[in-house]
Design a protein around this ligand. Structure first.
Ligand code: NAD
Ligand code: LMR
Length: 328
């Protein structure tokens, strides 16, 4: 039997937490032979609800679940953590942009970054889901002294999955036929789902879908606005698909990327593609199962370049807005 992996999940009593915990404990995230310890972090008022979630987890009798620790203490919650999944934060309501949450949620990630640095395993990898996730990740990373920047990620995989599903439906193929789909920039209404480099059954999307006006217009706006459309329809933000995005992100970072393909996750920019160093921006990533790297040489035509630049400019503005939360 392998040694258990320790996974900390903040906001564990929330909607995404509810959908995510069973996926982790059942083996979807780390595989069918990998035991897990779960350290579930909530704020004090939600500890009663968390107790109920833990009761349900007990009632699943998961063979791979080794230990489950509910807590509202950050030191206890991140102790020995190999993966910190930062979900806990306030979701937006209809009519809001995700960046409107910065003032409410941003400060959560200073203390969590510090607690991760002080308590987690040295190799801990942190994935931020709570919105606005890129800039919250930037705050956590900059407050986690001693933890390398390449161990921080923000989630754009849900956007990648949404984009693949839209392209597949338009082309009349299964979504597994779509590859090389990169979400560039911010998990926001400026994100750019890059159809110019995406492929369907190995062919360029632009050779399969001839409706360029749809690709440049409705396709992009549908992906950019999908979160808002779900909030409008459900009265609550995405949860099952978000939890699935978390599982997919961690699996993609911990298993080798299929030959020739890439995946989307927001990482700390090293200046690739002219994205200012230090911003947490989504770009094409490959993993060898242990280490990840930015895929170089993806061509951005003038249309794509303008879209990427607009989203990156928004990230720079968000960084400016939270500069007080970032130690110099
Ligand atoms: P929710 O309101 O159902 O649950 C959030 C939970 O976080 C609550 O239980 C709350 O008590 C807890 N919480 C609040 N502050 C906390 C703190 N300081 N420490 C620990 N826990 C805390 O919300 P949800 O639907 O689960 O969404 C959570 C976040 O994820 C939101 O910010 C939402 O916008 C975001 N989200 C991101 C993506 C993405 O693709 N990146 C997708 C969906 C949702
Ligand atoms: C999403 O994309 O579904 C989430 O970021 C929630 C939201 O506020 O849109």
């Amino acid at each position: 039997m392998k040694a258990p992996i320790t996974v900390s999940v903040t906001g564990a009593a929330g909607q995404i937490g509810y959908a995510l915990l069973t996926r982790i404990a059942s083996g979807s995230m780390f595989g069918p032979d990998q035991p897990v310890n779960l350290r579930l972090i909530e704020i004090e008022p939600a500890m009663g609800a968390l107790e109920g979630t833990v009761m349900e987890m007990d009632d699943c009798a998961f063979p791979l679940l080794n230990e489950i620790v509910p807590t509202c203490d950050l030191a206890e919650g991140f102790r020995g953590s190999d993966w910190a999944l930062l979900v806990g934060s306030v979701p937006r309501k209809a009519g809001m942009e995700r960046a409107d949450l910065l003032g409410i949620n941003g400060k959560i990630f200073t203390g969590q970054g510090q607690a991760i640095a002080a308590n987690a395993a040295p190799g801990v990898r942190t994935l931020v889901v709570g919105n606005p996730c890129n800039t919250n990740c930037l705050i956590a990373m900059n407050n986690a002294a001693g933890i390398p920047n390449d161990q921080f990620f923000a989630m754009t995989r849900l956007d990648e999955n949404r984009a693949k599903s839209q392209l597949a439906a338009k082309a009349g193929v299964h979504n597994s036929a779509v590859s090389n789909l990169c979400i560039w920039g911010n998990h926001s209404a400026t994100q750019y789902p890059d159809f110019t480099n995406a492929r369907i059954d190995g062919k360029l999307v632009t050779d399969v879908i001839s409706d360029r006006a749809w690709l440049e217009g409705e396709f992009i706006s549908t992906v950019q606005q999908r979160g808002a459309a779900i909030i409008k329809a459900r009265g609550q933000s995405s949860a099952a698909s978000a939890a699935n995005g978390v599982v997919d992100t961690v699996r993609s970072l911990t298993t080798p990327t299929p030959e020739g393909d890439w995946t989307s996750v927001a990482v700390c920019s090293d200046g690739s593609y002219g994205i200012p160093e230090g911003l947490i921006a989504s770009m094409p990533i490959r993993s060898d199962g242990q280490k990840w790297s930015v895929v170089q040489g993806v061509e951005l035509d003038a249309f794509s370049r303008a879209k990427v630049d607009a989203s990156v400019a928004e990230l720079s503005e968000e960084r400016e807005a939270v500069k007080d939360l970032i130690p110099s």
